[in-house]
Design a protein around this ligand. Structure first.
Ligand SMILES: Cc1ncc(COP(=O)(O)O)c(C=O)c1O
Length: 391
């Protein structure tokens, strides 16, 4: 691995050039690979060499470029690219769990992450959900059979900031593996591994693509885990990324640092405007002094991130008026895009949750989650101010 700064890694790390010396990363849009002989095929199935591939469900040169680039950025020994963020979350957990194991997870999670934890229960894995902000609850939930802990370092959509180092210390004292979904924190602002996480998971669909084009995900960690249980699980269950999508992620990564920093600047501008507006009951942004984990967010990320959540006075009706009045910011449910996006979690991403669970997670009818893009900050502020006026 090169001793480069993150921006240089994002542009150059992992590049594999063919005999043509192409400048841009090539798309190897091939499922299979030709062997020189039957003996060569046999040998490759026993142990493929560093630059040898078998089948795109197992790996592919374009996919490997993406994996090597993100691993270099994260500072992990290896990475495995997946078909989506959820394939990464599911794989990271399922690959190492068996019936009788116990998992401790933060309760404030993306709806599909909650589903995956429920699913584990069907196969005999017991899951204890805790308030991720309460270290006492993490400590109390740990058991001798606790195999893994799982949390979103910044929760979707209420932007709780979990103390990665403190939770990792508790998990490690009990011999558990720490798996962190770092999507909201982004690989630009957060290095969860340096704080103690063993495995870091991203939905590449979000900031890594950054253009709202392709689905993808990635699991980063130690080589014995990535090329051991994780790769074995992923390659046999079919959750690999397509080489074409890996190529989109590679090109997205070149501008990742520039985009995410511009997005965070816009997030702070919008959060400041919302915080002082009469239509807003509560503005949640880790970069504001009013956020309960503001200090932790700055220590862990040096930024408040790219997401702002508003709780509007007047509940769902006000939230819908706000959304419908936006002109630049689009109503959608993705995030991390160069285009700003607003979401009403209670009726979309978290609709499936029962009302009492939504209430306990703070997903109120007035809650609107905004993913800030890279548009001009003044235009975004004007858009939000006008929509708040309509709300
Ligand atoms: C925190 C978090 N994890 C995982 C995912 C899943 O990512 P994907 O949509 O790429 O499967 C999302 C998607 O919104 C998310 O917000």
């Amino acid at each position: 691995m090169n001793d480069w700064k993150p921006r240089t890694k994002l542009v150059h790390e992992g590049t594999r050039r063919s005999q043509y010396g192409e400048m841009a990363e090539a798309i190897f849009l091939t499922q299979g690979f030709v062997y020189d002989s039957a003996e060569a095929a046999e040998a490759r199935f026993v142990q493929p060499g560093e630059d040898e591939f078998i089948y795109a469900r197992y790996g592919n040169p374009t996919t490997r470029m993406f994996e090597d680039r993100i691993a270099a950025l994260e500072g992990t020994e290896d990475a495995f690219a997946t078909a989506s963020g959820m394939a990464a979350v599911n794989g990271a957990l399922t690959a190492i769990l068996k019936a009788g194991d116990h998992v401790v997870a933060a309760r404030a999670l993306f709806g599909s992450c909650i589903y995956v934890l429920e699913l584990l229960g069907r196969f005999g894995v017991e899951v204890t959900l805790v308030d991720g902000l309460d270290l006492g609850q993490w400590r109390a939930a740990m058991r001798p059979d606790t195999r893994a802990v799982f949390f979103e370092s910044i929760s979707n959509p209420t932007l709780e900031v979990i103390d990665i180092k403190a939770v990792s210390d508790i998990a490690h004292e009990n011999g558990a593996i720490v798996i962190v979904d770092n999507v909201f924190a982004t690989p630009v602002f957060s290095n969860a591994v340096s704080l103690g996480a063993d495995v870091v998971v991203y939905s590449a669909t979000k900031h890594i693509d950054g253009g709202g084009r392709a689905m993808g995900g990635v699991v980063c960690g130690r080589r014995d885990y990535i090329r051991g249980p994780l790769e074995t699980y992923m390659k046999h269950t079919g959750g690999a990324i397509s080489p074409f999508n890996a190529w989109i992620m590679l090109s997205g990564m070149q501008t990742l640092d520039l985009r995410v920093r511009a997005q965070a600047e816009n997030a702070l501008l919008v959060a400041r405007v919302a915080e002082s507006h009469a239509a807003v009951a509560r503005t949640i942004y880790p970069g504001l002094g009013s956020h309960p984990q503001h200090g932790l967010a700055l220590d862990q990320m040096g930024s408040g991130g790219t997401m702002v959540t508003l709780d509007l006075k007047g509940g769902q009706a006000a939230a819908f008026r706000f959304l419908n009045a936006l002109r630049i910011i689009k109503i959608s449910n993705n995030l991390g895009d160069a285009k700003s996006i607003a979401t009403h979690p209670a009726t979309t991403t978290h609709q499936r949750l029962p009302a009492d669970q939504k209430a306990s997670l703070g997903i109120t009818p007035g809650l609107v989650r905004i993913s800030l893009g890279i548009e001009d900050g003044a235009d975004l502020v004007a858009d939000v101010e006008a929509a708040l006026g309509a709300a």
